[in-house]
Design a protein around this ligand. Structure first.
Ligand SMILES: C[S@@+](CC[C@H](N)C(=O)[O-])C[C@H]1O[C@@H](n2cnc3c(N)ncnc32)[C@H](O)[C@@H]1O
Length: 367
């Protein structure tokens, strides 16, 4: 189990300084081992003679993964020379003393090894959806919570604002709450929006504010909408539009899934991109989650079509993530039939979708 430790920062640094000053490798290791023993106490009630651990977060304390500390110490222990040993002690001290984050997230780069959960590869094969907290898969056409989870952790800081113009069952907003970010979602169907709010409110109270606006995201006045919540801009834009008419979400003619042609679908999507552009801070990220479709024997690359349009609109591409998706129950039951159809028709069965990661240019294209 990965235990989180609350350590007395200044005390640990003091001990590390003392260890650093020892010029005999054996004596140094003995002191290091004493520190290690204090960090692996099994129970909180066990005393550590050096006062390195704390029971709460008051005072000059920081939370750290026990695994991270023990790995760092192991590296120091395995080093053969005094010089190298001191180098690693210095690095550990830095990791504890300084928090180095970028402008767009709270990841402490001095302790980057602690963030096992953050994916950095462009291929995601996720075996199951996260169903913790208020997440449930009641909405056909939702995305798995891991998508907004990863993107929010990577591209926002605590208390920043996320905008999701196709919020559906509110997966993004649930993640905002879990991660202490604020969020605004837009949804065309009032009944889906109310159900989403109900679901979101099942979660723990957190400091974050999340709201759903019922409306057409191609027509919303975004400045006005944000103004209602006392903000002028958002720091992350996340869109999961319909994959054209693969799932027909409603009979509303403004629904992206109701557009008569691929071009009409692309045009309406572009309207949302243009309208939301002004409210995303420069240098921040826009995530688009979309899959392709098959029509009359032809693969329609919706993902790449939308990508090309976004790139004309003041964004550049940072990454394309390819993610597996689960078979729907219907398709699972007809697995053989689909395989037969694929063999006859000369096509491949969809098993992936895209997560496009765009970044808004620092200078807008109208500047
Ligand atoms: C793929 S789903 C989003 C699912 C969402 N990520 C979730 O996890 O539940 C797309 C959503 O966009 C909504 N939608 C379609 N056209 C819209 C429009 N013009 N304005 C706002 N919402 C729209 C649909 O009703 C649907 O709920």
């Amino acid at each position: 189990m990965n235990r989180i430790l609350i350590i007395n920062k200044s005390r640990v640094i003091e001990i590390l300084n003392k260890i650093y000053s020892i010029e005999n490798l054996q004596k140094l290791r003995a002191e290091l081992s004493r520190l290690k023993n204090n960090l692996i106490r099994r129970r909180r009630t066990e005393t550590d003679n050096d006062g390195v651990l704390n029971v709460d977060e008051n005072g000059d304390t920081i939370k750290l993964e026990q695994k991270y500390l023990l790995n760092e110490i192991k590296q120091i222990e395995e080093t053969q020379t005094l010089e190298r040993t001191k180098y690693y002690i210095e690095r550990l001290k830095k990791g504890i003393a300084e928090i180095k984050t970028s402008k767009i997230n709270d990841i402490n780069l001095n302790r980057w090894k602690e963030y096992d959960e953050i994916l950095t590869d462009s291929l995601w094969v996720l075996s199951k959806r996260d169903s913790t907290g208020p997440h449930s898969a009641w909405y056909w056409g939702n995305f798995i919570p891991q998508i907004p989870h990863q993107m929010i952790l990577r591209y926002t800081k605590k208390s920043e604002w996320v905008l999701d113009p196709f919020v559906g069952s509110g997966t993004t907003l649930i993640e905002c709450k879990l991660l202490n970010r604020n969020g605004i979602g837009i949804e065309l169907q009032p009944e889906i929006a109310s159900k989403a709010i109900e679901q979101i409110n099942k979660g723990n109270n957190s400091e974050s504010n999340v709201f759903i606006e019922v409306g057409d995201s191609a027509e919303v006045n975004y400045q006005q909408l944000l103004g209602k919540y006392g903000i002028k801009s958002v720091q992350l834009l996340l869109m999961h539009p319909p994959y054209h008419d693969i799932i027909k979400f409603s009979d509303n003619p403004n629904d992206l899934s109701n557009q008569k042609s691929t071009q009409a679908f692309v045009d309406l999507f572009c309207k949302v991109v243009d309208k939301t552009y002004e409210v995303l801070d420069k240098g921040r990220y826009f995530i688009l989650v979309i899959g392709d479709k098959y029509s009359k024997g032809k693969w329609i690359p919706l993902g790449f079509m939308l990508m090309q349009e976004v790139l004309k609109r003041g964004y550049f591409l940072k990454s394309i993530v390819v993610k597996n998706f689960d078979e729907t129950t219907g398709k699972r039951n007809q697995k053989d039939l689909w395989r037969y159809r694929a063999l006859v028709g000369g096509f491949y069965i969809f098993k992936h979708e895209y997560i496009f990661v765009f970044k808004k240019e620092k200078e807008s294209n109208n500047d």
